[in-house]
Write a protein that binds this ligand. Structure first.
Ligand code: PMP
Length: 432
């Protein structure tokens, strides 16, 4: 079995706050990783939530090979076939007026571009995001990030405002088991209206707040938000980095809300299926009203043929193989499995939530127990990895932690059962 010197690499890898795992992955194929000891590990993180079709899907490998052998990369004034194919596919899949696409590389870049575009369109500069949001690491994207991944050591962009994220499980607006999200929402907007300097440009939102603890927007939320944004001339940006392309059981998660269409849609992780690709999609009206002095965009790999070929192939496979349906069905199976764990570990698991193949278990702190919910999440994830399941833990808006499960949408029923079995054993081992 091949291996590599992890310790030597660690001496030369810049520490960014991410602790490098001791697992040496030497192969990644489908839903499995293989380590240097030949051990197989189920990947319920899809890498960074990106390997939508599993690792090294043979048709994706083929698409990359073919593209790099024909047209690899061009000057930004030149367009190659996969770019044409991808923008046409997106225009066909999306409702009007979403028809104008810019292909980019990362989620952060797409958020940065969308906020800049909204500023150029409105001539204003204030940006609103939710309290549990995650939108990336570049200046505007990290300013619009309010989950516990927020950098607090630097000032953010001027004009950054915040609305409470809907969090049914832990909200003070929850009374006798009923969550009055509209009361919280209206209160939030009354604060926005008092704080704004009259320059509201954009609202950026995830359909399921993943890094913020797998928070689902209540039914009707996006429609209500769209009304508030329209009233104030705010551009509504929906960031589907994690939820796009079948992950939640629909091609785009915003389609869960009937009749709702964002002003700007952002796709990234899942569209690239493991390679750095993102897309910003908007309307001809926004394009037309954009001040060029504010929005000129020209980055090295925008509208790049190589990654566009992957995006195109990803969409083709998801549609052809009915993978939105697999996501919904395997998602329902995952929910059932997680609910069984919630029943079994009673006091420790407070909530099971998410949709399709983006789900989480919220862990509670149990009064008098030796381990807190925060430590429990990390301990269970470590145990699971040792038992052959890679999953991750994200902070919840309350004090606890959420075990996040995000398998590829090609996952099988047997792999879901296997993951639940390992999670069960891991919870059992940590809670002895
Ligand atoms: N938006 C969302 C919703 C994300 O989940 C992420 C990444 N976790 C980003 C933006 C940033 O994407 P990237 O890491 O590709 O810059």
């Amino acid at each position: 079995m091949t291996t590599f010197d992890l310790e030597a690499a660690k001496k030369h890898l810049l520490y960014t706050g991410i602790v490098i795992s001791p697992v040496k992955v030497v192969k990644a194929l489908g839903t499995y990783l293989t380590d240097s000891d030949g051990r197989r590990i189920l990947d319920f993180t899809s890498g960074q939530r990106s390997s939508l079709l599993g690792h090294s899907h043979p048709e994706i490998v083929d698409a990359v090979k073919k593209q790099i052998e024909t047209v690899d990369h061009l000057h930004s004034t030149m367009i190659a076939e996969p770019v044409v194919d991808l923008v046409l596919r997106l225009a066909r899949l999306l409702p009007p007026p979403l028809e104008k696409t810019l292909l980019l590389n990362t989620g952060s870049e797409s958020v940065e571009a969308a906020i800049k575009l909204a500023k150029a369109y409105t001539g204003k500069f204030e940006v609103i995001a939710l309290t549990a949001s995650y939108h990336g690491q570049t200046s505007s994207a990290s300013s619009a990030t309010f989950s516990k991944y927020r950098n607090t050591g630097l000032p953010c962009m001027p004009g950054q405002l915040v609305l409470p994220a809907p969090y049914a499980y832990g909200s003070p607006f929850q009374k006798n088991g009923v969550y009055d999200w509209e009361a919280e929402f209206n209160y939030g907007w009354s604060l926005i209206d008092r704080q704004t300097v009259g320059s509201l440009a954009a609202f950026v939102i995830e359909p399921i707040l993943s890094g913020g603890g797998i928070l689902e927007l209540p039914k009707g939320y996006l429609t209500r938000l769209s009304v508030e944004c329209k009233k104030r001339g705010i551009v509504l940006i929906v960031d589907e980095a994690q939820t796009g392309i079948g992950r939640t059981g629909k091609m785009f998660a915003f389609q869960e809300e009937e009749g709702f269409v964002p002003d700007i849609l952002l796709l990234s992780k899942t569209l690239g299926c493991g390679v750095p690709l993102a897309a910003l999609v908007t309307s001809a009206e926004i394009e037309k009203g954009t001040r060029r002095s504010v929005f000129y965009w020209n980055t090295t790999h925008q509208n790049d043929p190589l990654t566009a070929a992957v995006g195109s192939k990803t969409l083709e496979i998801v549609e052809r193989d009915g993978l939105c349906q697999n996501s919904a069905e395997r998602g329902a199976q995952l929910t059932q499995g997680l609910l069984r764990l919630q029943e079994k570990y009673g006091d420790w698991i407070g909530d099971t939530r998410g949709r399709g193949l983006l789900q989480g278990l919220e862990l509670n702190s149990v009064p008098g127990a030796k381990i807190t919910a925060k430590d429990l999440g990390a301990a269970v994830v470590d145990k699971a990895l040792a038992g052959g399941l890679s999953c991750s833990v994200v902070p919840s808006p309350a004090q606890g932690s959420v075990i996040r499960l995000v398998p590829p949408i090609t996952v099988s029923a047997q792999e879901i059962d296997e993951a639940i079995r390992i999670l069960d054993e891991s919870l059992g081992a940590v809670l002895v």
